[in-house]
Design a binder for this molecule. Structure first.
Ligand code: AKG
Ligand code: MN
Length: 199
């Protein structure tokens, strides 16, 4: 059962430990094919998370702005979204439409992600699904417009968040991760997978 916070459906322990271990291996495989990089931002400061992607599109940021691109900065197409990741999307949304991007965010102990909307996609009727692996993260949820009160929840390894419906454009971010709270990733840190329909 999901708990709902400001319209986000939060499924605690959506993936059991075995599924998390398998998924972590799968993500390592994606990262081998498409190495993590640190995007720049239009406002001139590089992001603190490192990222890569799988799918037809990868989300990309640099001085020119935020957008989806069909190739990794190394020029190669992104690897396909692994079947096991598509199964999580199916199970969490029940939608026949498949996501076209699986963003992979890696949070080292000092990484964070400021409050933002996911709004680079063409159709906000499709939900966004986010999967947590590794160390705990303090996830903050705001409002559909910038500002106002916010609420936070700790996300743990194996948790899944569905951001959809009226909450599809709700501001959200990660204040911090808590190092050494999970034994899943040998080098620590946190992986977040964000699945989105792009076009
Ligand atoms: O790391 C998370 O839990 C959220 C990531 C996120 O919001 C994003 O990549 O757009
Ligand atoms: Mn987001």
């Amino acid at each position: 059962m999901a708990l709902t916070l400001r319209g986000f459906d939060i499924y605690k322990e959506f993936l059991d430990r075995t599924a998390q271990e398998k998924l972590a291996d799968t993500v390592r495989d994606v990262v081998r094919k498409a190495p993590l990089f640190r995007p720049d931002t239009p406002y001139g400061k590089p992001m603190s998370v490192r990222m890569t992607a799988a799918g037809i599109y990868g989300w990309y940021a640099d001085k020119k702005g935020y957008r989806y691109v069909k190739a990794h900065p190394n020029g190669r197409p992104w690897p396909a979204i692994p079947e096991e990741v598509l199964e999580i999307w199916d199970r969490a949304t029940g939608l026949a439409r498949k996501p076209e991007c699986c963003l992979v965010n890696y949070y080292a102990p000092d990484a964070r992600m400021g409050l933002h909307q996911d709004r680079d996609e063409a159709d906000f009727n499709w939900p966004v699904v986010s999967v947590s692996l590794g160390d705990d993260a303090l996830f903050r949820i705001g409002n559909i417009t910038r500002g106002g009160k916010t609420e936070s929840i700790w996300l743990q390894s194996g948790d899944v968040v569905v951001m959809g419906g009226a909450a599809r454009l709700t501001y959200h971010g990660v204040d911090r991760i808590k190092p050494d709270t999970s034994t899943l990733l040998p080098k620590g840190g946190r992986i977040n997978l964000t699945l989105r329909v792009v076009k």
